[in-house]
Design a protein around this ligand. Structure first.
Ligand code: SF4
Ligand code: SF4
Length: 215
């Protein structure tokens, strides 16, 4: 049985999603946002991403550009473990489990990734938001020049359609419920964000220090 000390060690920032479910009381925000990890979200997120990975990677190989995939996979490592991990995920309540650094993520989108940085309860800064958009454009766009150079126009078309489908799934199904409220793609309504912050004093204080005002 977990003691209070165990709970503090597992959840030093006192984030509600990492508390026992009985402590949610009458809060019904879980109907509006992703307080819990659901496999269906992982399948939707990962499955739609495959729609561009498969034609992009297949087209690069068929066009004789397969060696450039090494650069792409190195970029994946940098993107997931250093860049996105820092500028996006380290601000997310899912990252706060066990205080952040040194353990793996348990969220629907990046499950199992190593948490390279400490959890940061503050919202993403403007610099982090811009860096995330740049990192995402490189992530999606890297294969495109190689598909053109390899003359794989059919695969290029499928890749562009795949990117569009992935972004549409993201914007319609994930971003309106995502807990990383300061992400530039997030579209959770302000009243829901405020209600979540009222339940999470450490985050609320960090957000207010950065100038955020609750409604
Ligand atoms: S917002 Fe927090 S307290 Fe409310 S249902 Fe979700 S996990 Fe529970
Ligand atoms: S839910 Fe999204 S922002 Fe939050 S840790 Fe997972 S991948 Fe990062």
């Amino acid at each position: 049985m977990d003691t209070d000390t165990d709970h503090i060690e597992k959840n030093p920032h006192n984030i509600c999603i990492w508390k026992p479910k009985e402590e949610c009381g009458d809060c019904s925000l879980c109907n509006e946002i992703h307080c819990e990890m659901h496999r269906s979200d992982t399948l939707m997120f990962g499955g739609s991403a495959m729609l561009f990975f498969i034609p992009a990677i297949g087209g690069m190989i068929l066009g004789g550009m397969g060696l450039w995939l090494i650069g792409y996979f190195v970029y994946w490592l940098v993107f997931f473990e250093l860049w996105e991990n820092r500028v996006l995920c380290s601000h997310c309540p899912f990252y706060a489990e066990d205080g952040g650094q040194g353990h793996t993520l348990h969220c629907y989108a990046n499950y199992g990734l190593y948490k390279t940085w400490p959890y940061n309860p503050k919202p993403m800064s403007r610099s982090h938001q811009i860096q995330f958009i740049i990192a995402l454009i490189i992530f999606a766009g890297y294969p495109i020049p190689f598909l053109v150079l390899g003359n794989q126009l059919l695969f290029l078309g499928f890749t562009i359609i795949g990117i569009g489908t992935w972004m549409t799934v993201l914007k319609l199904k994930i971003c309106p419920r995502c807990l990383n409220f300061s992400c530039p793609l997030n579209s959770v309504p302000k009243e829901i964000v405020d209600a979540f912050l009222r339940r999470n004093p450490v985050m609320r204080e960090a957000w207010e220090e950065c100038g955020y005002e609750l409604g």
